[in-house]
Design a protein around this ligand. Sequence first.
Ligand code: FES
Ligand SMILES: [Fe+2]
Length: 445
Amino acid sequence: MTAREPITLPLELDRPPKQAEPALRGDSITADRYTSNEYLQRELEQVWRRVWNIGGVSYQMTEPGDYLTTEIGHESVILVRQADGSAKAFLNVCPHRGTRITDAAEGAVERFHCPYHGWQFDWEGTVVAVPDEEDFRESPCGRARLHEVLCCERFGLIWYNLDAKAVPLEEFLGEQITSELDSHRMEAMVRVLDITADAESNWKIITDNFNEAYHVKVLHPELIPYIAADYQDCQFDLFPRGHNRGWFPAFMPSQQYGSEVIGEPLKTMAQAWGVDSDDYQGRETWSDLRISIQKSKRELGAERGFLHYAYRSNYQLTDYVIYNIFPNNVITVGPDGVQLLRPRPHPTQADRCYFDHWWLVNRVDGQTMTPSPAGGPDLPVTDAEHEYVTYGEQTLGTTADQDLSIAKAQQAGLASSGFQGFWMPNQERRVQAFHEHLNDLMASP
Ligand code: FES
Ligand SMILES: [Fe+2]
């Protein structure tokens, strides 16, 4: 791993810079992309083999020989820390007769051993020992290899791409998104939540959900008292290659909020930073409350152990920003941590997916517990064990449960002959842009 100069955005920034709006074509969004298994198989080839995926968190692999496995579609991918500190990625398939060489989620090895006939591989994926070597006309040792795929590390995460000709990750993301993600210094964070759920919808129903905030006031009314989720208060930006960004000012109520007097939980959130929300009566004062809290955090952050506030822009002290890195890496950044909310396609069933939820937090001096981002109980500030859950049997937290409950209902509706395509307001243009980019990839050779 090479150390990189930390990036700080200008501290006085009040919101992320508005991007030029590209024109959208208005493609119709057909149901087959959500319901057809045949479409899913083409999508695995046309889309999933060509994009950068997040495989894991860098600190999961500290020593040479530490490895992780991750899955996308039909592929299992092994990520391995090398002797020189870099990371490599290989398809998890034995060159002898095709067996997966490991089914472990993570581990540490001197050599990988295929469980079938015992071929052995070094960290660079080369076969180094086989039983009955003298029985081969040409020994596989030093010749046969695991199939290597592109791998890089950025933002404290390990990324891989199945396309050998893919553009580098930074070019894929573009300069603006790269520098904004860099500014959070996720390398210093710890993952305190790591859940995968089986979900009963196509993966795109979940990305669509994160690509609009139109549903927030209906589905997540509990966010209204402290996050401004109305489109008039937010900013939505489209980026090349299908990525997008949504900015949501927080520590102020949404315009939908029913009262002129600020209530809970914002009253307590403001109090925690020495600001009395009763001094802000009437909705025209709400954005001033947000700014007072930014000032207070700037002033008191360091002495309270929030050392990361020193390198955060004003808006990064209070607000939420959702990046969708095409196709499915929904990265939600808040004042004290980052969530990955990521649906992954099921390999064979269009109406199912896996939903990964990670929560990485900044370490705060003296803090051993941290609020859950999903409405669940507080979480210990230590590296979390991976949990595998079935949606409906265990909770994923209030907000995620609300989103997934509607995903199932939408999946059912999209399979109906009554579905006639989408009818969307301008604030849902990130959904439209996402599908137009998807259409481009599906149509390209
Ligand atoms: S399939 Fe791996 S050693 Fe035979
Ligand atoms: Fe939602």
